[in-house]
Design a protein around this ligand. Structure first.
Ligand code: CAA
Length: 387
């Protein structure tokens, strides 16, 4: 087994780290405070090729592998998890569906501008009454008599980047009697009549990533704007989430790494009772547990990324690897951020340092793109076949 990164992987990791530390770290606290969408830095990330890392160059991306993607996303998230969320939805939830199921003309029209970072993409699955129970959606797409277009009506909620996205992959019921096999994916242009945005959600963490409800009222979608086949939407949604969950694992790994590194330095500098606090056994236990969980989160995330890259040749599903990485890394990030605040004491609680932001930002990684409870269900079902 070779754990070394290749030249391209090291190059993208270092480039993302340099950019994140020099351009995102200085502005992260202010964007967290204001909750404003960080357009200037996101634009620069597009110019650096970070908004479509796995997308081939012909469609506006960087043409790299999934390991490159998670390494870059970890660096961006270590600087600011909100930037990580925006990057992750663009790369994972928008680009992956188009890459796997888009026609050539859909890739050129929708994927190219989003992968290059010129426009922002989003993904609309959840609804006010259906989050974890995703197939229980109500948004309805009715086919015209001649089959040339669909009329879509209903509300979607928790749409990350919804307030700024130009294009959205949206899932709707085309056959309400057919359960999860009656769902179809559509490509939505947010500048078309019939599309409206609700208020931006006020959030506990990742505050600079914009989230809103969206509503479609007699929105007309041409049949050529359907992604994949009619009835294939739920499988597309789940397959895309398999990829997305690796991104959330990488984001959690980044938050955990930043919280751990701050703590490692602090315990060497901070003196109490005449010596550095890192010399006390209770602090040593925290450092040891934090470091070990950080390492395990890294390995599971890289393993899942490798499984996804490998699936391009083998065609094998990587649902299990992805869910285990997301479950473990998100819980590790919450543990590590919690310990980091504790180690820093009053300074951990203060907005003068980033620890309290890491603590608030870590929470969402246990919730979105499938809660920890859903990941445990996916893992257990995969292992036993029982439901
Ligand atoms: N890949 C491909 N197909 C899959 C699949 C996968 N990973 N998982 C399930 N399917 C297929 C099944 O094979 C089945 O197909 P058939 O009917 O042909 O047999 C079909 O989908 C239905 O599968 P299930 O019976 O397992 O479906 P279920 O209703 O029991 O739900 C679930 C399974 C795992 C709970 C799923 O609903 C789920 O993942 N829920 C969580 C949803 C989620 O993560 N939401 C987050 C939204 S995105 C977000 O967070 C916002 C954002 O912008 C960041």
């Amino acid at each position: 087994m070779d754990f070394r990164l290749n030249e391209e992987q090291q190059m993208i990791r270092d480039a993302a780290r340099d950019f994140a530390q020099s351009s995102i770290v200085p502005v992260a606290a202010e964007y967290d405070r204001s909750g404003e969408f960080p357009s200037p830095t996101i634009k620069q990330m597009g110019e650096l090729g970070l908004m479509g890392i796995e997308v081939p160059e012909a469609y506006g991306g960087s043409g790299m592998d999934t390991v490159c993607y998670v390494l870059a996303l970890r660096e961006i998230s270590a600087a600011d998890a909100a930037h990580g969320t925006i990057m992750s939805v663009n790369n994972s939830l928008f680009a992956n569906g188009l890459l796997a199921y888009g026609t050539e003309s859909q890739k050129l029209r929708y994927l190219q501008p989003v992968a290059s970072g010129e426009l922002i993409g989003a993904y609309a699955l959840s609804e006010p009454q259906s989050g974890s129970d995703a197939s229980n959606m109500r948004v309805r797409a009715e086919k015209s008599a001649d089959g040339s277009y669909y009329v879509i009506n209903g509300k979607k909620s928790w749409i990350t980047s919804g307030p700024v996205a130009r294009y959205i992959v949206l899932f709707a019921k085309t056959d309400p009697e057919a359960g999860s096999r009656g769902i179809t994916a559509f490509l939505i242009d947010t500048e078309r009549e019939g599309f409206a945005r609700g208020k931006t959600e006020p959030k506990m963490g990742i505050r600079a990533s914009a989230t809103c409800e969206i509503e479609l009222t007699d929105y007309r979608c041409e049949a050529s704007e359907m992604l994949g086949q009619e009835g294939q939407g739920f499988a597309i949604a789940m397959g895309v989430l398999d990829a997305g969950r690796i991104g959330i694992a990488a984001q959690a790994w980044g938050i955990a790494a930043a919280a751990y590194e701050a703590s490692r330095q602090y315990v060497q500098d901070r003196q109490a009772f005449g010596r550095p606090i890192g010399g006390f056994q209770m602090i040593q236990a925290k450092i040891a547990d934090m470091r070990t969980r950080l390492e395990a989160a890294e390995l599971l995330t890289l393993r899942a990324a490798w499984a996804k890259s490998d699936s391009a040749q083998s065609g094998a599903r990587y649902t299990l690897e992805s869910s285990m990485a997301k479950l473990y890394a998100s819980e590790a990030a919450n543990f590590i951020a919690h310990q980091a605040v504790q180690i820093h004491g009053g300074m951990g609680f203060s907005k003068e340092m980033p620890l309290e932001r890491f603590y608030r930002d870590a929470k969402i990684t246990e919730i979105y793109e499938g809660t920890s409870e859903i990941q445990r269900m996916v893992i257990a079902r995969s292992e036993t076949g029982l439901r």
